[in-house]
Design a protein around this ligand. Sequence first.
Ligand code: ADP
Ligand code: MG
Length: 243
Amino acid sequence: MRVARGPHPGANGWLGSWSPRSSDGFHGKGVEVSVGYEDVDRLIRAYADVIADQKDYLTQLDSAIGDADHGINMNRGMQAALAKLDGQAPGDVGALFKAVGMTLVSTVGGAGGPLYGTLFLQLGTATAGKGVIEAADWAAALSAAVAGVQSRGKAEPQDKTMVDALIPARDAYEAALGDGATFADALRRSATAAEEGMKATIPLVARKGRASYLGERSAGHQDPGATSSWLLVKTVADTWAGD
Ligand code: ADP
Ligand code: MG
């Protein structure tokens, strides 16, 4: 993430619905202006590493309420995405996200492939042609990604799916920008909200996907897709905003 001093650049750009508290409303700290192509490339590599590390955990979660393949599915997809990165022409952030999305769609089976494929394709559409993304661009991208996942999977909040991590992540991010938070702080708040949303799936009875076949017996288990979605939002914050 590039850091500069000065008014938040998103102040004039984001639908006019938020503004910093003052022209130097960054509370004396450096303001994170934007993330570039190389930051997005780092994000994809970092997420592939995280998924590889958490593969067994995700699969274990899926063994309780699904078919024990979520970690395997996600890892296959992210390793395939990783293999595409070096062949990608640097510059266009949107093209990079789209390449990841297309790779996930074509390499991951089950529900996760089309859903995560759609998520990344929508991030790509929202950032198409951009060499850098600013705080406001990420709001638009997150919003498009969530809309894409919901339109594809028809899941609503509380259905015990990845949407239960992604919607809080989107909403907390937008609320943070509305409060005048920096890009980095908004990303951290987004990750915290995703984690809370993920944990809140534990008592829920699944209404979508394979877990819904279990009915009441799906309660008491954390949703695997909400967990991999939290990991994504957390990796965004860790990669672009530091720990
Ligand atoms: P499968 O269920 O086909 O084995 P995965 O195990 O890879 O696929 O992914 C399971 C996860 O997919 C679930 O934990 C849930 O979060 C997510 N999921 C399933 N169906 C939907 C849906 N309709 N909308 C959103 N997410 C869904
Ligand atoms: Mg599964």
